[in-house]
Design a protein around this ligand. Structure first.
Ligand SMILES: [Zn+2]
Length: 164
């Protein structure tokens, strides 16, 4: 009783620091250009940063969503009228799993201007790159389509603990 436990950190010399954070993994982000097109308007240029998702990342995210779905579906099936909740949970889980599996590239950043009104366009959060990728213009509410010039891609390695 009364015995003090000291942290491992207290026994280390001052110049030694412990890195208790997760080891960051390398992710490949690419800067490229693209065109924003809208029917009846002149296309505009856009600068885009995309993150190329590895097969391992896609498979991992797909399995996580599928596992959570298989846990949640029987639980929500306990609530009357039972079957619709289970079917809805399975359907939503299957849809999200499919999206994670198909997320080969993620748009991290975008800068360009709307072909209709000229207002700046951007992405608010990282989103799965679709082909074609529609963007919402908050000003005129048109949806310009983004098409990437993949042959102008510049590869850069970034370190991020959240992505790989
Ligand atoms: Zn616009």
């Amino acid at each position: 009783m009364g015995r003090k436990y000291r942290c491992v950190r207290d026994h280390l010399p001052r110049h030694v620091t412990l890195n208790l954070n997760r080891t960051p993994t390398l992710a490949t982000s690419r800067s490229t250009t693209g065109t924003l097109s809208l029917f009846g308007h002149a296309s505009t240029e856009a600068n885009v940063v995309i993150l190329v998702r590895s097969r391992k990342w896609r498979l991992g995210r797909t399995l996580v969503v599928a596992t959570v779905t298989l846990i949640v579906a029987p639980v929500v099936a306990l609530i009357p009228p039972h079957a619709p909740w289970a079917v809805a949970a399975l359907g939503i889980g299957a849809m999200i799993s499919r999206r994670r599996w198909l997320e080969r590239q993620t748009v991290l950043n975008l800068s360009g201007h709307c072909p209709n009104c000229g207002e700046p366009l951007s992405v608010e959060r990282p989103t799965r790159l679709r082909h074609p990728h529609a963007l919402d213009c908050d000003t005129c509410h048109y949806e310009p389509l983004l098409k990437l010039n993949l042959n102008e891609t510049r590869k850069s390695e970034t370190t991020s603990p959240l992505t790989n």
